[in-house]
Design a protein around this ligand. Structure first.
Ligand SMILES: Nc1ncnc2c1ncn2[C@@H]1O[C@H](COP(=O)(O)OP(=O)(O)OP(=O)(O)O)[C@@H](O)[C@H]1O
Length: 585
C-alpha cells in the first residue's frame, strides 16, 4: 500500500496547447483533456505494466529514432490496441504521447515515477535476450522482420539482444543445450512452429541436464524452464503464436516480450519404450493427421498449398487404423473438454493450476511433483478402428479453424484433450472435419469422443484381432438420419461420388479416371496396417508411444487470447456466439 501512495503523482501537463490532467496512481497512468472551462473531456488510461518506455525530450522512433532534447518535455510509449481487420484477435501497436511540463523539476519527477512504477508492476521485463532468426522460415523474411519491426522496439525499451542468424537446422537447439546462457532472461525465436520446437527442445533439455533429471523417464516430473520464450512469427505455420497471442503479428509479439508478459504452457513428452522421442505443445495425431503430414512431405514443392491438397487426398483415401488407446483421465471436477469455456487471458482454470503446481510464491523454486503427489487415478483402455486419434495440449486454433481442434482446451492446466474419432462412413468423417471451420460442436457426433487426460498410451493390436475385424467388417457409430441427409447432399456434387462407388466395384467415370493418377499412391496401393504420428508437424519414427503432459513446463512472453478479442467466426457483430465470446470489430 505504502508503495502505491509513494508512486502517486498528479499534475497538469500539456500536449501542444491542450491542457491535460495526468494521474499516476497504483496500476494506472491516465491523462484527461481539460477544456478552457475546466471541464474534463476524454480520458486515456494505460496500465503501468503496458507502458513500453519513458524518454526525456520529444522522441520519435519511426521512421527512425530522433530525439529533440528539450528540458521540459517527456515522451511516453505505450501499448495501444487495434482491430486486426479480420474477425478475431487484437493487434498491439506502439502508442506515443509527448507531454510538456511547466518546469524541468516536474518533468524529472514524472519520468522517475513512471520508470519506478513500471519496474514495480512488470517485474518480468527482460533486460537481455538471446535471439535466433531462421533466415529460411516462411517467406524468408525473418531477418527483415526482426531488424525493421522488432529491433527498434527492443532498443527503445532498453533491451540488449544477442542475435544469431541460424545456418543450419537444429543450431538453435544445440546452442541452448551446450552454450553459456548466463545473463539472459529469455530466448526469442524468429521463425515458425518448427523453429519454436527447436527452442522448446533446447531449453527443456538444458533445464533437465542442469537439474540432473532424465528426460527419457516418463515418470519423472520435469523441471520447468527458467528462461521465457518469445515467438516473433515469421514462418509458414505460426500456430503456437496464434494460440498464445491471438494474432500472427511481429509487432504485437515484440510488445508482449518487452513488457514481460508471462504465459505458462503445458508440454507433452512423447516416449517410446524408455526413450524420449519429442516434446509436443499442439497436435499429436495418428491416422488422418499423420497421413496428411506424410503425404504433404511428398509435395513440399507446392508450398503451403500442399496441406490442403494432401488433406483432400488423404480424405479421399478413406482410411482407418486399428489401435489400442489407454488414457489416464484428469480430474473431472476441475474442468471438462465440453464445458464450453475458452482459455482466455487470465484464465481461472489455468491460474488454479499454477497455484496447485507452484504453491509457494516463487514459480521456479519449488516444483510440485505432479505425478507422485497427485493420486494417479485409473487408466482406461479402448480398442478398435480409428479415423484419427489426436492429443492436444491447447485448443490448437489457427486462422483456418478459429476455435481449434479442442475449443475448450487450456494452455496451462496440466492436461491434454484426447480426441478419438472411431471409424465411420466417409461423409460422417467429412462432417467432423468440416465442423472445425465453424462454431458447430465437432464432438457432438456419435463416432467422436473427447477426454481430458494426463497421459496416453497407444499400441497396435495383435494380428488376430485385425483379422477378426476384416471378417465382420463393422463400423462403429453408424449413420444417423441427419448424417444420411448430409451424405446424399454431398454425394450429389460429383467429386465425392466415386468414393461410395469404389467399394461397390462400379466402373469408373471419366472424371474418376482423371483423378486416378493423384489417387494412385493412396488408394490403389494396399492399405497399410498402420499410420504415423504427426508430432507438431514432425513424423515420429515409432507407432507405439507413451505421452505424458507436464503442467506449465515452459513460459512464453504472451498472455493468452485477450478477453474481448473475438475467437469465432459466426459472423454476427456484437453477437454472442455459442462459446460465449463476443465479436468485436
Ligand atoms: N538456417 C537454417 N537452415 C535450414 N533449416 C533451418 C535453419 N534454421 C532453422 N531451420 C529449420 O527449419 C525448419 C522450419 O523452420 P520454421 O518453422 O521457422 O519455418 P516454416 O516455414 O514455418 O517451416 P515449415 O517448413 O515447417 O512450414 C525448422 O524445423 C528449423 O529447425
Amino acid at each position: 500500500m505504502e508503495m502505491e501512495t509513494e508512486l502517486r503523482l498528479e499534475s497538469s501537463l500539456w500536449v501542444g496547447n491542450k491542457r491535460y490532467r495526468a494521474v499516476l496512481s497504483g496500476w494506472h497512468f491516465n491523462w484527461t483533456e481539460v477544456d478552457k472551462k475546466n471541464r474534463d473531456k476524454k480520458t486515456i488510461s494505460v496500465p503501468v505494466a503496458e507502458v513500453v518506455g519513458v524518454e526525456e525530450g520529444r522522441v520519435e522512433i519511426l521512421p527512425r529514432k530522433s530525439v529533440e532534447d528539450t528540458d521540459k518535455d517527456f515522451t511516453v510509449f505505450y501499448v495501444k490496441r487495434s482491430s486486426s481487420g479480420s474477425s478475431y484477435g487484437l493487434l498491439w501497436r506502439l502508442g506515443r504521447i509527448q507531454f510538456s511540463c511547466p518546469s524541468r523539476v516536474l518533468r524529472d519527477q514524472w519520468t522517475k515515477h513512471l520508470r519506478t512504477a513500471l519496474k514495480t508492476h512488470s517485474p518480468l521485463r527482460p533486460n537481455r535476450l538471446l535471439v535466433f532468426i531462421n533466415p529460411f522460415g516462411g517467406k524468408k523474411k525473418g531477418r527483415k522482420i526482426y531488424h525493421s519491426l522488432v529491433a527498434p522496439l527492443f532498443e527503445l525499451a532498453g533491451i540488449s539482444s544477442h542475435v544469431i542468424v541460424t545456418e543450419r537446422a537444429n543450431q538453435a537447439r544445440d546452442h541452448l543445450l551446450k552454450k553459456d546462457l548466463k545473463g539472459f532472461d529469455g530466448v526469442v525465436c524468429v521463425g515458425g512452429d518448427g523453429m519454436f520446437s527447436e527452442i522448446l527442445h533446447g531449453l527443456i533439455g538444458r533445464t533437465q541436464q542442469e537439474a540432473g533429471l532424465s528426460e527419457n523417464d516418463p515418470t519423472v516430473a520435469l523441471q520447468p524452464c527458467p528462461l521465457h520464450i518469445g515467438i516473433i512469427p515469421a514462418g509458414s505455420t505460426d500456430c503456437v503464436c496464434y494460440a498464445t497471442v491471438g494474432v500472427i503479428d511481429p509487432v504485437t509479439s515484440a510488445l508482449h516480450i518487452i513488457i514481460g508478459d508471462s504465459q505458462p504452457l503445458d508440454v507433452c513428452s512423447v516416449h517410446q519404450a524408455s526413450a524420449l522421442m519429442r516434446y509436443s505443445v499442439s497436435l499429436l495425431g495418428y491416422g488422418f493427421y499423420g497421413d496428411v503430414l506424410a503425404e504433404s512431405e511428398k509435395h513440399r514443392w507446392m508450398g503451403p498449398l500442399r496441406y490442403d491438397y494432401s488433406g483432400t487426398m488423404v480424405y479421399l483415401s478413406n482410411r482407418s487404423y486399428a489401435g489400442i488407446v489407454q488414457y489416464l483421465p484428469a480430474d473431472p471436477l476441475l474442468s471438462s473438454p465440453r464445458d464450453r469455456t475458452r482459455c482466455l487471458s487470465g484464465c481461472s482454470v489455468c491460474s488454479r493450476t499454477t497455484e496447485r503446481l507452484f504453491p509457494h510464491s516463487s514459480v521456479y523454486s519449488s516444483h510440485f511433483n505432479q505425478f507422485s503427489s497427485d493420486s494417479e487415478g485409473e487408466w482406461v483402455s479402448v480398442e478398435g478402428r480409428f479415423r484419427c486419434v489426436s492429443l492436444t495440449c491447447m485448443s490448437s486454433s489457427c486462422p483456418k479453424s478459429p476455435l481449434g481442434l479442442s475449443p475448450s482446451a487450456h494452455l496451462a492446466d496440466g492436461t491434454g484433450d484426447l480426441i478419438l474419432v472411431w471409424d465411420t462412413h466417409p461423409l460422417g468423417f467429412l462432417k467432423f472435419l468440416y465442423r472445425h471451420t465453424s462454431t458447430q460442436d465437432q464432438f457432438d457426433l456419435p463416432f467422436v469422443e473427447v477426454h481430458r487426460v494426463k497421459a496416453v498410451r497407444f499400441s497396435l493390436p495383435s494380428g488376430k484381432e485385425e483379422e477378426a475385424y476384416k471378417e465382420t467388417g463393422g463400423l462403429r457409430g453408424g449413420i444417423d438420419e441427419e448424417e444420411r441427409g448430409y451424405i446424399e447432399t454431398v454425394s450429389r456434387n460429383g467429386s465425392q461420388q466415386h468414393l461410395a462407388e469404389r467399394d461397390t466395384g462400379q466402373e469408373m467415370t471419366n472424371e474418376q479416371k482423371m483423378a486416378t493418377p493423384f489417387l494412385c499412391g493412396l488408394c490403389c496401393s494396399k492399405v497399410p496396417a498402420k499410420s504415423v504420428w504427426n508430432c507438431d508437424g514432425e513424423i515420429l519414427s515409432s507407432t507405439e508411444i507413451l505421452c505424458r503432459i507436464h503442467g506449465q513446463l515452459v513460459r512464453l512472453y504472451a498472455r493468452g487470447i485477450e478477453e474481448g478479442a473475438a475467437v469465432h467466426n459466426c459472423g454476427k457483430e456484437n453477437d454472442k456466439c455459442q462459446m460465449g465470446c463476443t465479436l468485436i470489430k
